[in-house]
Design a protein around this ligand. Structure first.
Ligand SMILES: NC(=O)c1ccc[n+]([C@@H]2O[C@H](COP(=O)([O-])OP(=O)(O)OC[C@H]3O[C@@H](n4cnc5c(N)ncnc54)[C@H](O)[C@@H]3O)[C@@H](O)[C@H]2O)c1
Length: 317
């Protein structure tokens, strides 16, 4: 199959493209290599993907995207590119509308006009907002986003529904839960904590450490994406999470153990936009995608730290 992967220079995109190429697919990446975080990390990922065609393009530009779709007849689209980050959305709201809302609209329009039948796209556990019913299930209410990032991801789900309804586009939105792993995003906890421990600087621990996260290993996420691409549904939203939330402090302890070094902690209140807990109900993923997470947090952190030890230059450029 010929598959367009947007955001292929990103953290999850890179791992997804690696897997899709290994399965024998042709992969075209569209990514604008923006500087939300150090673009050298994105370049380093792309270096490891010689088999993919890389198009350096902003997907919020519709005419350019039409050209891409015209030139390549895609069988499927895997839309992972987005402006990520909850906290950044408090200071840079417009980019979430441009990249996430307009960018996704462009993807839907291009699928519609260039006869692509199947779209898989990235949503997020953040759509569940401050819900207190746990674990979070796809049938739970999601109309109270706590940040513009969460709002943009929920909007993507609704945009996809309208295109499914109007034009019969098969759309599967995957709600990822706190993904971590090799080549992690530097603005995420796993990388920030690791770097702080190595640099002997304090880790900002929000909500005084009383936070639970359903950290999910990127290899498990990629299996879920791959399965969703192979098995299109008319319209579904599906959680992909580890179903095993752990305390922030335990996550830090695991990193400390792997690095053989103690963290300095700076205990802070809960940040605006943040949620105290994430926890995925994954029964729908099991039923529809035959998917279950298989990597324990201990195993995943061990893999990540092995990678960190071999790639210090990326962590401290
Ligand atoms: N990492 C997580 O824990 C997590 C959790 C929930 C959802 N998600 C979602 O998964 C997807 C991938 O996340 P990630 O962690 O790999 O983030 P990432 O920032 O590493 O990857 C996103 C990529 O999209 C590209 N991009 C952004 N705006 C673009 C634009 N306008 N045009 C072209 N390219 C653009 C970026 O350059 C980047 O390479 C995103 O949609 C994100 O919202 C991630």
């Amino acid at each position: 199959m010929k598959i367009l992967v947007t955001g292929g220079a990103g953290f999850i995109g890179f791992h997804t493209v690696t897997a899709l190429l290994a399965q024998g697919n042709e992969v075209v990446i569209v990514d604008n290599f923006n500087d939300y975080y150090d673009p050298r990390i994105k370049e380093a990922r792309i270096q490891q993907l010689p088999g993919a065609i890389v198009i350096r393009q902003d997907f919020s530009e519709i005419e350019a995207m039409k050209q891409v779709f015209k030139e390549h007849s895609f069988d499927k689209v895997c839309h992972l590119g987005a402006q990520a980050g909850v906290r950044y959305s408090l200071t840079h709201p417009h980019v979430y509308v441009k990249s996430n809302v307009l960018g996704t609209l462009n993807m839907l329009e291009c699928c519609r006009h260039f006869n692509v039948k199947d779209l898989v796209f990235a949503s997020s556990s953040s759509v569940y907002g401050g819900n207190t019913k746990i674990p979070f299930s796809e049938t739970d209410p999601v109309e109270k986003p706590l940040s513009l990032y969460a709002e943009s991801k929920r909007t993507n789900e609704l945009q996809a529904y309208a295109y499914h309804h109007l034009y019969g586009l098969n759309c599967t939105g995957l709600r990822f839960f706190n993904v971590y792993g090799e080549f992690n995003r530097p603005d995420l906890a796993a990388w920030k904590f690791t770097k702080a421990i190595l640099d002997n600087t304090p880790i900002d621990v929000y909500n005084h450490g009383n936070m639970k996260r359903d950290w999910t290993y990127v290899g498990d996420i990629v299996r879920g994406i791959s399965s969703a691409l192979q098995k299109p549904f008319p319209y579904e939203l599906i959680n992909l999470g580890n179903h095993q939330p752990v305390e922030l402090t335990y996550f830090i302890e695991l990193i400390e153990k792997e690095l053989g070094k103690k963290a300095k902690k700076n205990l802070l209140p809960l940040q605006p936009g943040d949620v105290p807990m994430t926890w995925a109900d994954v029964s729908k993923a099991k039923k529809l995608l035959d998917w279950e997470p298989t990597t324990s947090i201990e195993e995943g952190v061990h893999k990540l730290m092995n990678w960190v030890k071999q790639n210090m230059n990326l962590l401290v450029p």
